[in-house]
Design a protein around this ligand. Structure first.
Ligand code: SAH
Length: 334
């Protein structure tokens, strides 16, 4: 729901501003439409239903993986594709992975999103509506900004959305924003955020030359400056920064490379998430043994590390696999 539009319409209709809060509370708690908002007068509900779309996103297709993961493809009102993924865990946790942009302008070699056309930044409302879509059928307790796009290239809208997530039942402690290390946005996040939102950094190679090869953005924002900002976030919020490291066979997965990584991450501010590579056509994933041997080196250096559980691979819903095919557009001629 576009709250800016809602505020404007409610003011134009001469309604008191507390109506905005009422409508938003219903929406954030998972109401299915204006009809459910029983404390809002019927004529106002009818007027809003015609003028303020209940969601800024139109669900287009939904796919279900064998492990219960659900991927939904949405369209913005101007036709841009957006994907979001709901992950369900045995312990009852429900986590939604959301997109901050349609596509992504960065070109990390292992990630499928970078290969689709970049559309635009999503608005705060388009970001929140991905969560609310799933919230309408079940409680959601975790949100990760790990879908399409680089959140800190769209920092205003991402922070505005993140700050409203508690209204939808997702606390700041259960919110994670993942970045390649896009410095301008990261600096704003670190300086502005006092809420205990988790930060995750996509690192993938400790050696600068290799990191630049995998993630061209590394030439622009060197890793040591990025890591210094991450440490500041840890000092201010006491929340460890998660380091994401996708395991590519013969590329970044040797024990020597693990030691190099451990050398960068000393001091207790970081926890490493080793991510099995999800096929996108470019690389081979590291073997289980290679991942285990890599982890042994981190353990030895007392850098905490876990191996990420892969979800939704069979429907291309896993990390790095989100890439909507362009839709054939019909042109209307005058
Ligand atoms: N642009 C942000 C947000 C996306 S997060 C970022 O990169 O952090 C998506 C995560 O999935 C990132 O850590 C990314 O590096 C990782 N990833 C990308 N492609 C992958 C692949 N093929 N297999 C496993 N992880 C991948």
């Amino acid at each position: 729901m576009d709250l800016t539009l809602l505020e404007r319409r409610i003011a134009e209709l001469g309604e008191p501003s507390y109506r905005v809060r009422q409508v938003w509370e219903w929406t954030a708690r998972g109401a299915s439409g204006y009809d459910a908002m029983t404390n809002v007068p019927r004529p106002l509900r009818d007027a809003l239903a015609g003028e303020v779309p209940f969601s800024t996103l139109e669900p287009e297709t939904e796919q279900r993986a064998r492990d219960g993961t659900v991927k939904t493809l949405f369209r913005t009102h101007d036709g841009h594709p957006v994907e979001a993924v709901l992950m369900r865990y045995r312990d009852g946790r429900r986590s939604v992975c959301i997109s901050s942009q349609s596509g992504c302008p960065l070109t990390c070699t292992f990630c499928a999103t970078g290969r689709m056309a970049f559309g635009r930044n999503l608005t705060a409302w388009e970001i929140l509506d991905q969560v609310l879509h799933f919230r309408r059928t079940q409680a959601v307790d975790h949100v990760v900004f790990m879908g399409m796009g680089e959140p800190f290239m769209n920092v205003d809208n991402v922070l505005a959305a993140a700050r409203r997530l508690p209204d939808a039942g997702v606390t700041h402690r259960r919110t994670t924003i993942s970045t390649v290390g896009w410095m301008p946005g990261l600096r704003r996040f670190v300086d502005e955020i006092s809420e205990p939102i988790r930060l995750a950094l996509s690192l993938h190679a400790a050696d600068p030359a290799l990191r630049s090869e995998l993630m061209p953005v590394n030439d622009r924002y060197p890793l040591n400056e990025v890591l210094a900002l991450c440490r500041t976030h840890f000092e201010r919020t006491n929340r460890r920064v998660f380091v994401e490291y996708v395991m590519l066979a013969g590329v970044n997965d040797s024990p020597a490379q693990a030691r190099l990584l451990a050398g960068l991450l000393g001091g207790g501010a970081f926890k490493v998430n080793l991510i099995p590579y999800n096929p996108t056509g470019m690389y081979d994933g590291s073997s289980r043994d290679a991942i285990a041997a890599f982890k042994v080196e981190l353990d030895r250096a007392r850098v905490p590390a876990t191996v990420r559980l892969t979800r939704g691979r069979d429907i291309a819903a896993a990390c790095g696999q989100l890439a909507a095919a362009p839709r054939a557009r019909t042109r209307v001629r005058a």
